[in-house]
Design a protein around this ligand. Sequence first.
Ligand code: GCO
Ligand code: MN
Length: 359
Amino acid sequence: MFAKNDSGVWTPVFAKYDLGTAFAAGIWNVGPGGGRFAPVMRPVLSLEETLSELKKAGCTHVEFHDTEAEPEDAEKIMAAVNNAGMQVWMCTANLFKRGPEFASGNFGSPVAQSRAEAVRRTKDYIRTGIEVFHASVYVYWNGSNGYGGPMQVNYRDMYRWTAEGLSEVVAWMLEEYGPERALPIAIEPKPNEPVNWGAPGDCGETLAIISLMPQEYRPFVGTNLETCHAHMAGKRFAAELGLAAAADKLFYVHLNSGTGLKYDEDLAFGDNDFGVAVETVYALMEYGYSGVVGIDVQPLNTDTPDQQAESVARSIRNFRRALTICRERVNPDELNALRSAANRAGLSDWFARITSGMS
Ligand code: GCO
Ligand code: MN
């Protein structure tokens, strides 16, 4: 949903929530586990059981890929969401693991048919998001978009095609629904996995792609930044949030954590580096983020059948722990005085003090 701001620019209008009171997670955040390096550890849950687990973990909203909630099943699935006393916050077309058509990428693929199919599926699921889920945001995660080695793509064309695909989707959405009913589109960058080099790989590349779109379409596209993806790109997550906020493109977030320049570990928010959680929550406060907070995590391999949603629950508990620290221990005047004096020694000591609770 969009409304014109005082300068006459279309601006996304999100439902407002007190920070820490509204959380969303994709139904893929719980599950049996298993894969190349781990056995199946937990039973497969029904949709109703998954919704119940996510709600017990603290979620008020839920997210779907079209591969988990096909358009033709959406009405039935929405009834289950309503029965669970939840709402859909985000929906997203699976442009990475549906079939061979997206093996070489999606909007920016060198294969014309893949680009066309990415546009078609995205339009289809935006329609479902608006008409059935009454979602608040649509996420385009780059997924397989990118390249795996030298000379596989014309890099200039890959970026231009990605912008063109998004522009075609926005043009259709505005024609079909008008700005008042249009879904904000949040691009979720990731530097690699499943593809060797993902495009866009970080917030800066995301904003660059938006800048390649015709001016009239740019207001309808922003970012959905994910903690672990930022770490994989060698970025500080709060700095990525700051860049998105500087461009008024902080549409949504996916919080989790990882242990450094590795792979997408999808650990619970606050795991391994609680200081990142504190800085992230403070950044969201500083930038006035007031939408639902997205969680995008996986169960730990060691999580037992009754810990299906424990990573989601711990993420929410850690978010609230960090929020309490930010609200009760951070004195903004003290912080800003340390910043404006570039007293980095003082800031490091201050950060240890507020996160440890020790003097
Ligand atoms: C990942 C991504 C996904 C996306 C999801 C919705 O690394 O797998 O984070 O979980 O967030 O496809 O956009
Ligand atoms: Mn994600």
